[in-house]
Design a protein around this ligand. Structure first.
Ligand code: GLA
Ligand code: ZN
Length: 688
């Protein structure tokens, strides 16, 4: 099916953005450097910068004294050089005068102590003083630049994160709880507080979870995390208000941090115009890039799925980070490969931290386009240039959509509850890894996927995979049932349907509200020590046609059939002969229940059969060699197929008989594309 392209993310920008963080405020004493930057940006094929991210002290050196001259000059220089601007609001770090005069702006740590001034992201989201200071500076920026032709959008703050336990936040938390629960009785029930005599008799007794205080009420821990997200989103809205007031058309984004556990990014969906994220995988930890590539692919998909439209790769490193254990360089070819991967999964930009390496402070050895040597004659600069050239070639792809038949659920609230629980394996339930393992099986087949949370609509998908759906919030089971009855295929696993939205355990048998749909009752879950394995084999004559022998590790649920039939059976332990995986037909659809953490051999076989059965759309109707991934974006009557080799060795990819025109990278020859080590190819084909 052919899809129309999305309108461009930024009304006046065609093609891809290529650029990144630019900090001229660090170089004001070096005018020649600032001049040279423009020439070098042209050479690097940069067409966008994120400007002024941590510039507050340069904009307001004293309370109420504003110095925009340097920013005016930077904006003019960039605009004249044809480089567009994502203008930042500076709230990620603040001037020392503010902390000294108004200590309430400083964050209070979970140990109850107020932080000293320093670092960044060290502010209270609740503080009326901080909010007012942010409003003033944002309004000044908006009034001055929101209609400037070079400014295409706002980059608000930077990587929102962390939490504050100050008295103002405690009070705001209590107010939030009052709005949510109305009565203390309702709160006490939801939090199961008679346990250890923790019943609250006055709202003022409630405190945020702190290691030297209350940490044992799961409902409290969960609500605190929800509150932190709420307060951060509210702060983001507050930042945006003056920007939107001055120019409602200028789009706003803020940069996310992948699967950062502290914020449920889905809650930003109604606030932001564009989703963007900062990607810093540790490449080269294995012989192939596959492990990091799968994870990165999944996070790209997650970011695209939030607004279901192209996103921005707001930061990545042109070479190395300097905060990981080892600052390993990307091997030749890898920068192009991983930049293209973002594009393949729906990014309409490749952006970096940072333009120029700083001379001092803690990021002076972080990778940058321009090194301390100061010229363009470096390997990294040429790598960046090459990506710029690639993006120019790929310009028609910008705005093209990713159409996914399959969705994998990765849910923040589920993760919070699951990871907070004591048992069944305190040495690791591995929620994120488990989601990645499920995702990986389909990634290897070149199946485009959305990555959604459990609250998203399911219609439109053929397959939904919900690994470890421990928390089932109201409406989820009903939506899943309707999806399956209408013909969808749902994959559920062990340790699902255990708690409700308050982290209260479902009574009456697991998987709780999913029990009828799964057609199984999970009586017990056996947790294994690391290294232990339980053999499992395909059930004879099973309808999926599984034929292998597998191993389970870490978690084995003991389940009873209630309408489902087995597709695999345990071969060991006291549950030998009992089902390890089942299938249940419901309405026009199918539910699989995988009761144990089975090996990748099972996952690959299982998902390839499921994919065939439900006829999942793949980027290429052909087997992909090991370590090669394929994605497809759909434009106006055309499809762009991306082939990416995440191994250092050459790979041959057999095409599927359709007509392909090469757009970038290795060209097809006699129905094959030969990819060199870390090689890429982008091919165009007519949409059917
Ligand atoms: C984050 C920040 C940047 C920079 C990079 C370094 O993504 O947003 O300011 O510190 O990390 O990798
Ligand atoms: Zn606070």
């Amino acid at each position: 099916m052919s899809m129309a392209k999305q309108p461009p993310i930024f009304p006046n920008v065609q093609g891809f953005l290529h650029g990144g963080d630019y900090n001229p405020d660090q170089w004001l004493a070096y005018p020649d450097v600032l001049e040279r930057d423009m020439e070098l940006m042209r050479e690097a094929k940069w067409n966008v910068v994120s400007l002024g991210i941590f510039s507050w002290v340069s904009l307001e050196p004293e309370e109420g004294v504003f110095t925009f001259d340097w920013l005016d000059e930077a904006v003019e220089r960039l605009t004249n050089a044809g480089v567009r601007i994502l203008l930042a609001t500076p709230s990620g770090a603040r001037p020392a005068w503010m902390s000294a005069k108004y200590p309430e702006v400083l964050r209070v740590a979970p140990d109850g102590r107020r932080n000293l001034h320093g670092g960044r992201h060290n502010h209270c989201y609740t503080s009326p003083v901080y909010r007012e200071k942010v409003r003033i500076i944002n309004q000044k920026l908006a009034e001055r630049y929101a209609h400037h032709p070079g400014v295409i959008g706002w980059h608000v703050s930077n990587e929102y994160g962390g939490e504050c336990h100050c008295p103002l936040c405690q009070q705001a938390f209590r107010e939030w709880l009052k709005r949510k629960y109305q009565t203390l009785d309702a709160l006490n029930h939801a939090w199961w507080t008679p346990f250890w005599s923790h019943t609250y008799t006055d709202w003022s007794q409630i405190e945020s979870p702190m290691p030297h205080g209350e940490m044992s009420i799961h409902g409290l821990n969960l609500d605190w995390k929800r509150f932190v997200t709420h307060q951060t989103v509210d702060f983001c809205r507050h930042e945006m208000a003056p920007l939107k007031e001055v120019n409602p058309k200028l789009p706003v984004t803020t940069n996310f941090m992948g699967t950062y556990p502290g914020l449920n990014y889905w809650r930003f969906r109604d606030v932001l115009d564009i989703i963007s994220w900062d990607s810093y995988p540790r490449w080269h930890t294995h012989e192939t890039l596959e492990p990091e590539a799968v994870h990165t692919a999944m996070v790209h998909d997650l970011n695209r799925s939030i607004l279901k439209k192209p996103f921005l790769l707001m930061e990545s490193t042109p070479s190395v980070t300097n905060w990981q254990a080892v600052s390993k360089q990307k091997r030749p070819g890898v920068h192009t490969l991983v930049s293209l991967q973002a594009v393949a999964h729906g990014a309409d930009s490749v952006q970096y931290f940072q333009w120029r390496k700083s001379r001092g402070s803690c990021e002076k050895f972080h990778g940058a386009v321009v090194d301390h040597v100061g010229h363009a004659n470096t390997r990294v600069f040429r790598d960046v240039q090459a990506v710029g050239e690639m993006l120019e070639r790929l310009a028609p792809v910008a705005g093209a959509e990713v159409q996914a038949d399959a969705a994998v659920i990765f849910d923040w609230e589920n993760r919070w509850a699951l990871e907070d629980a004591k048992g069944p394996r305190n040495v690791g339930l591995h929620y994120e890894e488990t989601v990645v393992r499920h995702y990986a099986a389909l990634w290897r087949m070149g199946v485009p996927m959305d990555v959604i949370d459990e609250e998203q609509p399911l219609d439109g998908y053929k397959l939904v995979v919900a690994p470890m759906l421990y928390m089932v919030r109201p409406g989820v089971a009903e939506r899943m049932k309707a999806f399956v009855e209408a013909g969808g295929t749902l994959v559920l696993t062990y340790w699902s349907g255990i708690v409700d939205e308050n982290d209260l355990v479902f009574l009456g048998g697991f998987p709780g509200p999913l029990r009828e749909l799964a057609g199984v009752w999970a009586e017990e879950i056996d947790a294994l020590y690391d290294g232990e394995r339980v053999p499992v084999s395909a059930a004879q004559g099973n309808p999926l046609g599984l034929a292998g022998r597998y191993e389970a590790r870490e978690l084995c649920e003991v389940i009873h059939l209630e309408g489902a039939e087995p597709i695999a059976l345990y071969d060991g332990e006291y549950y030998a002969g009992m089902p390890a995986a089942t299938v249940h037909r419901v309405g026009n659809g199918t539910v699989y229940y995988v009761a144990a953490r089975l090996d990748q051999g099972f996952m690959n076989e299982f998902f390839s059969r499921v994919a065939d059965q439900v006829q999942l759309r793949r980027a290429l109707d052909a087997e992909l060699p090991d370590g090669v991934s394929a994605m497809v974006r759909s434009g106006d009557g055309v499809e762009y197929v991306f082939l990416m080799n995440f191994t250092p060795a050459p790979r041959e990819v057999k095409l599927d008989g359709k007509t392909y025109t090469p757009l970038f990278g290795e060209a097809p020859n006699a129905g094959m594309v030969r990819l060199s080590g870390y090689g890429v190819s982008v091919l165009e084909r007519p949409a059917l």
